[in-house]
Design a protein around this ligand. Structure first.
Ligand SMILES: [Zn+2]
Length: 453
């Protein structure tokens, strides 16, 4: 696409009898600095070490928790020690849901303790629990068709994983649909393509005017087991106990630091991930990796003595998982600044492939050119359409947005489970994510021509 001017120049110069004088592409101008950043990011496992320190020290970081705020305090201390500019936490009020004790027992046709996780935002059961017969359905349509059987029962949505978007609607809205047909509680098959008896939590919702009922996830294995029992005509009864409660909103922070631009400090390239997680596992993949990748990227720039023309800011947005107030708060807190590009990593820091990009054709062309510098490490593919929940509010104001694309094979295996721990990530792949984010962020922040809207 960009070739045409060069071809024309070349042809013109043939006629002029002079050697071709082609203008340098952005990639050509920044090849050396890109290679410097890639080498610095991949010659050691510093990013993985920092990520490990973060998640081992603080564990899960659900919004409203002491662990989340302690993690933010630690990040700010470390950012200060790194010598980064303006480490700070912008205040955000966040939802505060706590799980409490919970359990699920199959009583009939035979006793079995079912691994389970209450879903974020769920209410509690009465102290003695809810014991009821289960009605298994495979879809909302089937629930509709069997609505007259649902009264007084616990509805189980046994919906196999297809895509996250298609399957997650049962986790998000299952309690509403089940309550509408008179169910006393609802269960969902965990939203995952691969299970080792691991339940997956996540957010869920209620609807005004619809009775709230407890809502929890069980494993793929048990969901299929109960479904088979029902198909054989067996009566399945379970006892669900949950103490979950929603407390008043709690103070948290969007945590960030930057390298202030040398020429246009008010023009900002912002990138990062979300610092909160669900209350299980370590939130290593979702999404401490995204925060650390951006943070390490600016630390490397600082270490290499690189100060771009525009400001580069690494952010850990808060409470993305629960209610997502961090992104909108950031957008309104920083509305007086001129954001040039927003970039998010929230698909796990697995082997990076490139980015999905949302913006103008001209900007897409420029990013595609810059990304050729990532081809040597396999992460130079730019596709149309990309972003993320936390940068969505900025993108809605016209800021170009991009989301890091990675090998997504395993992401939903561990997503929102006790198994989202540091061992699931590979040190070399995390380093490649740092390199990939660093190259794009630095060049967009430094290139003479501003990335157009
Ligand atoms: Zn996430």
């Amino acid at each position: 696409m960009k070739r045409q001017p060069f071809v024309w120049l070349f042809v013109a110069s043939l006629f002029a009898g002079a050697p071709p004088v082609a203008a340098q592409s952005i990639a050509d101008q920044y090849r050396d600095v890109a290679n410097q950043l890639i080498t610095a990011a991949t010659e050691n496992h510093d990013a993985y070490a920092r990520l490990t320190e973060l998640v081992d020290q603080f564990g899960a970081r659900v919004s409203g928790s002491v662990a989340l705020e302690n993690a933010i305090d630690w990040i700010l201390e470390e950012m200060e020690a790194d010598g980064l500019d303006n480490p700070r936490g912008d205040p955000v009020m966040v939802p505060h849901w706590v799980r409490g004790e919970e359990s699920l027992e199959m009583v009939l046709p035979r006793p079995r303790t079912l691994p389970m996780l209450g879903l974020g935002g769920s209410i509690a059961t009465p102290p003695g629990g809810i014991r009821a017969e289960v009605l298994v359905v495979s879809s909302y349509d089937e629930l509709e068709a069997r609505a007259d059987e649902a009264g007084g029962r616990i509805v189980l949505f046994d919906v196999p994983f297809t895509t996250y978007g298609a399957t997650v609607q049962y986790r998000a809205g299952g309690a509403i649909a089940a309550a509408k047909v008179g169910a006393v509680a609802s269960l969902v098959r965990s939203v995952t393509p691969n299970s080792q008896q691991t339940p997956h939590t996540g957010n869920s919702s209620y609807e005004d005017g619809v009775r709230k009922i407890p809502h929890a996830a069980i494993t793929v294995e048990d969901s299929e087991l109960i479904h088979r029992m029902q198909d054989r005509g067996e009566r399945v009864e379970v006892l669900l106990k949950m103490e979950a409660e929603t407390l008043p909103d709690a103070p948290s922070r969007n945590v960030m630091a930057e390298i202030v631009g040398s020429e246009f400090p008010n023009e900002v390239v912002v990138f990062g991930g979300h610092i909160d997680s669900w209350d299980v596992g370590q939130g290593a993949m979702d999404d401490a990796g995204g925060v650390v990748a951006a943070w390490e990227a600016i630390r490397l720039m600082k270490k290499l003595g690189l100060r771009p023309r525009r400001t580069i800011r690494a952010v850990g947005w808060t409470s993305e998982e629960n209610g997502g107030p961090g992104g909108p708060t950031y957008a309104s807190d920083h509305a007086d600044e001129d954001h040039v590009l927003a970039m998010e990593s929230d698909a796990g820091t697995f082997k990076p492939l490139g980015f999905g990009f949302t913006g103008s054709d001209r900007a897409f062309e420029m990013i595609t050119d810059i990304a050729t510098l990532l081809d040597p490490i396999g992460s130079g593919t730019i596709t149309r359409g990309g972003g993320g929940a936390d940068i969505g509010p900025l993108m809605a104001t016209g800021v170009p947005g991009m989301g890091l694309n990675v090998d997504g094979t395993k992401y939903f295996w561990y997503h929102h489970t006790d198994a989202d721990t540091i061992d699931k990530l590979d040190p070399d792949e995390v380093a490649l994510c740092v390199a990939t984010m660093a190259v794009i962020a630095y060049i967009v922040a430094d290139m003479p021509e501003r990335l157009p809207r």
